[in-house]
Design a protein around this ligand. Structure first.
Ligand SMILES: Cc1cc2nc3c(=O)[nH]c(=O)nc-3n(C[C@H](O)[C@H](O)[C@H](O)COP(=O)(O)OP(=O)(O)OC[C@H]3O[C@@H](n4cnc5c(N)ncnc54)[C@H](O)[C@@H]3O)c2cc1C
Length: 531
């Protein structure tokens, strides 16, 4: 996919999507697959906003079950199944240990009831899912088993339960794969293109003024015209809604910040697990999740008026969360220095805050601006990554109805991404390992199939032609130089950060050193990539 601003400026679209996070990507894919003519603009890089910061859990509604919200739990089960079906190379099963003891909220009896209810509500969780991505039924854990799965964490507990959920291999690669699908279906997309104003004709919203934020043309403005606009600008959605409607306060801004901490991995820990923590008198569950050789801990939610503008402003939130985790998990001996990376992003009001929902995951809202006299605009606020596909389906249903175009039905819950390998992804990995692989080691081959799916063949061909592209960039990471060249040629990577943070996992796994910067410089300096 290529960044083609003249194509954006010179066409009339059915739909303009503002924002290239997971929600915008899902909307663009869905609408383009239904036959709509779609444009998408992203002011930074794709997946560079809140979507970069997730705990990578594709939730199956366990928290909804805790408060017996069965309808919401079933919605999460459906969406988890959709991701396991359409992107099995990028989404995989994740087991979760929850400890039990005594009577009351933490009792084994209550947990057994939870396991039974979860199995009942998620009875169809594996329909259409390939064998290696199916989720087993949950089960009770004996004390010794619990201690083996998470050594040193639950010594005071008498047993536990093992649940199964799903986890993203890479949030960034999922967003890129969705956007590539949209482009394949005809969408025109551009990163580093910010919507900065409304285009109005005869009192109607007919598009957005867009600013090119890059290079020689930086600051150049052009209009993108569309019958309908979906505002999927994440934390910027309230501002974009005000800008496009010409009114103030038509969408409420997010008033909470969410945080995860990334720590060094612990090979002994074989499962994700829950900790009970105390945030200034309020008990809550935190999740400790093994991911790509690292450990993620999250998610903390704190009231916050706007995203801290610097790491110094973010620091008090980080320190508060580090204190909370250190108290909840004393055997890990956590300090500020042991944090490799912090995820932070704006979210709707945290649970328990005045005016917020009292239970379960925050709910999303679709604001139909027909109510403010702008029927051409829809705004999505407060979605979860897990439910972004469903939100997109709802949005595109509205867009189709309002644009007056006859469209094909929504297919996104079952139609695999174009990059999904045919058959079972586990077999695709095994085949790639058994075939000629240009000397690349097991972990690199596995990583490339997981990251690119059917696109692995293109990277393999590059390494065959130029064996030095098969070299690891960082010790302990399976990322190879071919990925940089591939991203520059095919994935609209425009800056060094795009390559390190969002086309490869050098940044997201906190493994980027000066070697990554040097490899990026070598790739961008290559004559064929000189911009
Ligand atoms: C710490 C943390 C952990 C989380 N963990 C999970 C989890 O485990 N599971 C889960 O399901 N969810 C999780 N979430 C929630 C989930 O990550 C978000 O809800 C989701 O990523 C939001 O996606 P989005 O597309 O709405 O927003 P974003 O990813 O922020 O995308 C919006 C995009 O719009 C762009 N934009 C803004 N203004 C403009 C403009 N004027 N013109 C053009 N572009 C613009 C931004 O640059 C941005 O890229 C977590 C969130 C946080 C913060």
């Amino acid at each position: 996919m290529q960044r083609d601003l003249p194509a954006l400026a010179g066409s009339q679209f059915d739909l303009l999507v503002i924002g290239g996070g997971i929600v915008g990507a899902c909307v663009a894919r869905d609408a383009a697959l239904r036959g709509l003519r779609v444009a998408l603009v992203e002011r930074g890089d794709f997946a560079g906003g809140i979507s970069w910061n997730s705990l990578k859990i594709v939730h199956g509604g366990l928290r909804s079950l805790q408060v017996l919200d069965i309808a919401q739990a079933r919605h999460f089960v459906r969406e988890r199944r959709a991701w396991l079906t359409i992107a099995p190379h990028l989404v995989e099963p994740l087991s979760f240990a929850v400890p039990t003891r005594g009577f009351g909220r933490e009792s084994a009896m209550l947990m057994r009831a939870g396991l039974a209810l979860n199995d009942l509500v998620s009875a169809n969780r594996n329909e259409g899912v390939v064998a290696s991505r199916r989720l087993p039924a949950g089960r009770a854990l004996a004390r010794d088993e619990l201690r083996t799965l998470a050594p040193g964490v639950f010594d005071r507990y008498t047993g536990g339960a093992l649940f199964h959920d799903a986890q993203l291999y890479s949030a960034e690669r999922l967003v890129i794969a969705l956007i590539e699908d949209a482009v394949r279906a005809g969408a025109i997309v551009a990163n580093y293109s910010e919507a900065i104003g409304a285009v109005n004709e005869d009192g109607r919203l007919t598009g957005a003024v867009v600013r090119d934020a890059l290079g020689r043309e930086s600051g150049e403005r052009f209009d993108v015209r569309a019958r309908m606009i979906v505002n999927a600008a994440g934390a910027g959605a309230a501002r974009v809604a005000d800008m496009l409607t010409g009114r103030e306060g038509v969408a409420s801004s997010m008033k909470g910040i969410a945080l995860n901490l990334m720590l060094a991995g612990d090979e002994r820990v074989q499962t994700a697990f829950a900790l009970t923590s105390n945030d200034e008198g309020r008990l809550r569950r935190l999740f400790v999740v093994p991911w790509r050789g690292r450990t993620l801990v999250g998610t903390a939610h704190y009231p916050c008026e706007q995203m801290p503008a610097s790491s110094a402003e973010l620091e008090p939130y980080v320190e508060r969360f580090v204190r909370e985790v250190a108290a909840a998990w004393p055997t890990r001996a956590l300090s500020r220095e042991s944090i490799l990376l912090v995820h932070a992003g704006m979210q709707p009001l945290p649970h328990g805050a005045p005016g917020a929902k009292t239970h379960g995951p925050p709910e999303h809202t679709i604001i139909d601006h027909a109510n403010n006299g702008t029927p051409q605009l829809l705004t999505a606020t407060g979605p979860k990554l897990t439910t972004s596909r469903a939100i997109a389906e709802e949005l595109v249903d509205l867009v189709s109805a309002r644009s007056g175009r006859t469209t094909r039905p929504c297919e996104t819950a079952t139609k695999p991404l174009a990059s999904t390998p045919p058959g079972d992804v586990a077999i695709a990995v095994a085949r790639a390992l058994a075939a000629d692989r240009a000397g690349m080691p097991d972990d690199v081959v596995t990583h490339l199939v997981r990251s690119y799916g059917a696109g692995y063949d293109a990277l393999l061909a590059m390494v065959r032609e130029q064996p030095e592209l098969g070299a690891r960039i960082e010790e302990g990471s399976p990322v190879v130089a071919a990925q940089l060249a591939y991203a520059l040629d095919n994935e609209m990577a425009m800056t060094p950060d795009d390559l390190i943070e969002r086309r490869t996992e050098l940044g997201p796994t906190a493994r980027a050193t000066h070697r990554s910067r040097e490899a990026v410089r070598a790739a961008t300096d290559a004559p064929e990539h000189k911009r």
